[in-house]
Design a protein around this ligand. Sequence first.
Ligand SMILES: *[C@@H]1O[C@H](CO)[C@@H](O)[C@H](O)[C@H]1NC(C)=O
Ligand SMILES: *[C@@H]1O[C@H](CO)[C@@H](O)[C@H](O)[C@H]1NC(C)=O
Ligand SMILES: *[C@@H]1O[C@H](CO)[C@@H](O)[C@H](O)[C@H]1NC(C)=O
Ligand SMILES: *[C@@H]1O[C@H](CO)[C@@H](O)[C@H](O)[C@H]1NC(C)=O
Length: 966
Amino acid sequence: MEPRLFLPLALALVLLASAPVVFCATDPQDVAALQAVMRQWTNYPSTWNSGDPCGGWDGVMCTGDRVTSLRLSSVNIAGTLSTSIGQLSQLIYLDLSFNKDLGGPLPGQIGNLKQLTTLILAGCTFSGPIPAEIGSLRELYFLALNSNKFTGGIPPSIGILSKLFWLDLADNQLTGTIPVSTSTSPGLDRLVNTKHFHFNKNQLTGTLNGLFSSNMTLLHILFDSNKFSGSIPSELGGITTLEVLRLDRNGFVGEIPATIGNLVKLNEMNLASNSLTGSVPDLSNLTTLNVVDLSNNTFNASVAPSWFTTLTSLTSVSIASGKLSGQVPKGLFTLPNLQQVLLNNNQFNGTLEMTGNISNLLQTVNLMDNQIVDANVASYKNALLLAGNLLCTEQDSTSKPYCSRQLKTGTSYTTKTQCSSTRQCSGNQYQDPSSCSCAFSYNGKMVFRAPLFTDLTNSAPFQQLELSMWTQLKLRPNSVYLSDVHLNDDSYLQVQVKLFPTSGTTFSVSELTRIGFDLSNQTYKPPKNFGPYFFIADSYAPLLGSVGGKKSKMGIGAIAGIAAGGGLLVIALIFMSIFALRQKRRATELRDRADPFASWTAGQKDSGGAPQLKGARFFSFDELKSCTSNFSDSHEIGSGGYGKVYKGTLVDGTRVAIKRAQPNSMQGAVEFKNEIELLSRVHHRNLVSLIGFCFEQGEQMLVYEYISNGTLRENLTARGTYLDWKKRLRVALGSARGLAYLHELADPPIIHRDVKSTNILLDDNLKAKVADFGLSKLVADTEKGHVSTQVKGTLGYLDPEYYMTQQLSEKSDVYSFGVVMLEMVSGRQPIEKGRYIVREVRQAIDPTDHDRHYGLRAIVDPAIRDAARGPGFRRFVQLAMLCVDESAAARPAMSAVVKEIEAMLQDEPAGTAGPGDSSTEPSANDFDGAGAGPLAHPYSDVEISRGSYAADGASDYMPYFEVKPK
Ligand SMILES: *[C@@H]1O[C@H](CO)[C@@H](O)[C@H](O)[C@H]1NC(C)=O
Ligand SMILES: *[C@@H]1O[C@H](CO)[C@@H](O)[C@H](O)[C@H]1NC(C)=O
Ligand SMILES: *[C@@H]1O[C@H](CO)[C@@H](O)[C@H](O)[C@H]1NC(C)=O
Ligand SMILES: *[C@@H]1O[C@H](CO)[C@@H](O)[C@H](O)[C@H]1NC(C)=O
């Protein structure tokens, strides 16, 4: 080594030794990119001042050593977005929403993020054009650039993004036309998989010709408040998936195409304030339409359309200035869901008849400025405006209240607190309605772009909204305060929201980014009748100008100064860093081997210490990698939304099933720890046991005992083992015992939440073992009657009472188990060819059919038809039907189910083959069913009426049907 090098090296050593955690497990390119991004910000989380990005920086999440997720919603970042963002080449999620002081241009380098699926910049102040490079983000699924200051046109290249689900460009200053593809250029007409076109509140111009086709699958078209012109294209009527259509406040002309009558799923149609001509459209086939507004157009004079009295789904009817004449149809007011009628400025004449069965939801009727001569309205008590009709003269306005022009409306909803006194809080604090103490709430406005109701005085929907917020956003009960509820000038329902911290007086940065993400990427779903929403957070007061920036800038400045002092030092530093990094990795490996939880506690802040494990051990990534031949396809035995399941053989010969989470289904360290603690606590011969886990190198894996004989489902089909009647009884008994243990003996008790035949595994002796506690919930967590955050489970097995009330209890498992019992009886899937087994059996049961099959001959699995008959069979069916009783209270506890099946087995004639005589090749364990797939309603052949509609995007995840048994 040259002597000249020595001094800088020594200096470097001193520098390195004095800084506690300068070495990064994070990829150096990503570290450099993050530091460059940070240099353009003045108010970033304080954790960014030191340590390793992957381990400790708020909002940074990694897979391996690469940064895959940057979630910094609502943390008051100020500055611009560095072009270096493009160097985070493995980024999958980028959420910078609700940072009001973050703006400037969106750099074209964003196009380098080829893995990006989610890009959210809502509620910042980005300006300039949307870069065309955005078309390079081929994986993009969720794009929200709304509520910024973007100018210029919509780049045609967005039309290439074939995976796009959500496209929100609303509330910017965009101009130009919506690009449509040509032979040389892409266009938005190609987005046939996109569900959401939210372009409202811009200055977009031109026609919509060529944009729509029946190949599209849109749910929401929000084009309101732009400057579109031309006619409404008839191809729009081909998008029969459409639920919300808002074209209001534009310059559309011509007749409304008749094809609009084909949009049979539409819940809201707003075409108000255009220059539409021709006649009022025939909407009589739109039987789920709730809100219709056709006001302020230039329709031909006509009488009221016939659908005024036939569309029973209507909640709000508005055709102000519609040249409607004749009598106001009396039947309109008796539509059962009607809340609001706005028909002012028409030519209605004759007598207003509001008699008979008037909708008791009706709150507002505005018929001002018509030619009504008399009114028969004594039985209607709510707001009625008839000023400007022939029956009102100027002086009537005091004697006849309905002749006033002032709408007397009730006070709209505000959260009522339980607090005895209203406390004046200092500074920017507010009183938490749940604790009555003062705290820094997270505030913002929530805007519903197409609410399906108009009565803002009724508490019920808003209390539902509060409940959905504190449950889904994981806050304390009642810690949500709603105020300033009003319909704004855009016909949006606007609500001021305050969310209060779960403990202490402030939210932590990680809580803010979590809640901000849930609200910006639509993870949070409001109740169905609120419709699509967006949220814009206010700046969070405690973070304003308080952290980040200065300290780090000095650090960087100091380093830069030293570097300038000796160019060689830089080289030495890099050299030393690489060396030290390698040393550190080696040390970490050694330490991990000695104490598997050291990395857990060191690397993952907030994880709350090492997990308390009973019997489960830690596996290194390399160990699992080698026992599955590097996770090769030949070892794969199952897959699902969470990732894949592999089989492997440990060094000691134990066969295991390894469930490996994929990056986007990973949980936080705390959740993962909780899950393995829970799983490791449960030991019972009828439950699949957890052997261990791996939590390193950005992986989350669970290692289970391998169960060789496949799932109950597989064994009920021809290719599985033949299960005779008695074996089925044994399998039922075993799985019932496993569940009874979870409910009644595990400490604390556990609700499985996804009992189904693919989660019951059979071992070599056909002993049943219940698997997959991925959805399990501690009973203590749910308390009694707690409303769970999200309905989880699997189509066909879902307890209808839980599904409707979201009240989770052990009895939901009992329901699912009843469905499994019926599967064993019939051999069928719970839902096959659109028929639901519970319903089929319930209808077919014939108690008078004593010695045959209890009326179920056609349903019983032919394989057991001869053995399964008589009293034992009837008893089994009766027990199953008790388990699937509509009312949770009427269902037996699992321990009672166990006793009953035990008794049945004793009464079975001896001689049929017992367990242990099976020998089929081992088949795949199915650990699937983590509830990742979309849910559907358990009733598949009942009439499903969508009287009010699925909330925004919610129909993609959550079933929002009202069920009317036929
Ligand atoms: C719909 O898709 C088909 C197949 O991709 C294509 O041939 C057809 O041109 C499309 N129709 C329209 C109207 O875009
Ligand atoms: C309503 O649907 C029926 C049956 O599909 C059809 O014959 C009729 O033309 C439709 N009416 C309108 C106005 O679209
Ligand atoms: C219709 O026009 C009137 C008068 O310009 C306006 O007050 C009203 O808000 C408009 N209604 C809608 C739904 O745009
Ligand atoms: C009410 O309007 C209808 C339809 O325009 C018209 O035929 C009728 O003559 C009008 N009645 C009166 C009393 O003006």
